[in-house]
Design a protein around this ligand. Structure first.
Ligand SMILES: N[C@@H](CCC(=O)N[C@@H](CS)C(=O)NCC(=O)O)C(=O)O
Length: 202
């Protein structure tokens, strides 16, 4: 098994943390996006979208979506459970992870693409759109701060992939000068809690 990785990428980090939580290791191939390696024919043959992470199995099978990779690994290595144990827990983790992707991770990606200097000259940046995504994301931070009041983790009392999704998004938001406002006490405390896990720097 081989993981094609982007060291600073939000989605590859989700998979790296997921694997670290399970104590899994595999060969990792770092792709240099700045050098355009993910747009070269060799990589596009694996994933024509040119995105990372990509997991390549020993028989050459490709899994090229973060959550699909996580689900595959959870099936093979159920402990510790990061996608829920019971039917209800699985539904709750699914609900929260989906919400965290749509409400936090996707707007964070838009803020990154349309406001961060890294993309200047690489893509057409729409500044007004980037600003509206920042405003939207701040509202979502406030919403999430209220939702997690009184609980330790995003989907309930156990750390799950929903936490991983948000912690990876917040690292990128911070790099875009959009940290969690300190007055959002629940989200600030949660971020400190998950960032102190030994796997947070995976
Ligand atoms: N839905 C995909 C998104 C993957 C994605 O957009 N990855 C980014 C890094 S975080 C990427 O590879 N960007 C390179 C590019 O778009 O050229 C997943 O989670 O696997």
């Amino acid at each position: 098994m081989k993981l094609y990785n982007l060291k600073a990428g939000m989605n590859p980090r989700r998979v790296r943390i997921f694997m670290a939580e399970k104590g899994l290791h595999c060969e990792t191939v770092d792709i240099d996006m700045e050098a355009g390696e993910n747009r070269r024919p060799e990589f596009l043959a694996k994933n024509p979208l040119g995105t990372l992470p990509v997991l390549e199995l020993d028989d050459g099978t490709i899994i090229a979506e973060s959550m699909a990779i996580c689900r595959y690994l959870e099936e093979l290595h159920p402990e510790p459970a990061l996608l829920g144990r019971t039917a209800l827990e699985r539904a709750q983790v699914e609900m929260w992870n989906r919400r965290m992707e749509l409400e936090i991770l996707v707007p964070t990606t838009s803020v990154f693409l349309h406001t961060h200097p890294f993309w200047d000259g690489r893509i057409t940046q729409y500044g007004d759109y980037g600003q509206s995504c920042r405003d939207h994301l701040l509202k979502r931070f406030t919403w999430l701060d209220g939702e997690i009041a009184g609980r330790d983790f995003i989907a309930g009392s156990s750390y799950s992939v929903a936490d991983i999704t948000v912690q990876c998004a917040l690292i990128v938001a911070k790099a875009c000068k959009l940290p969690v406002p300190p007055e959002l006490g629940n989200l600030t405390a949660w971020f400190a809690r998950v960032s102190s896990r030994p796997t947070a720097r995976a």
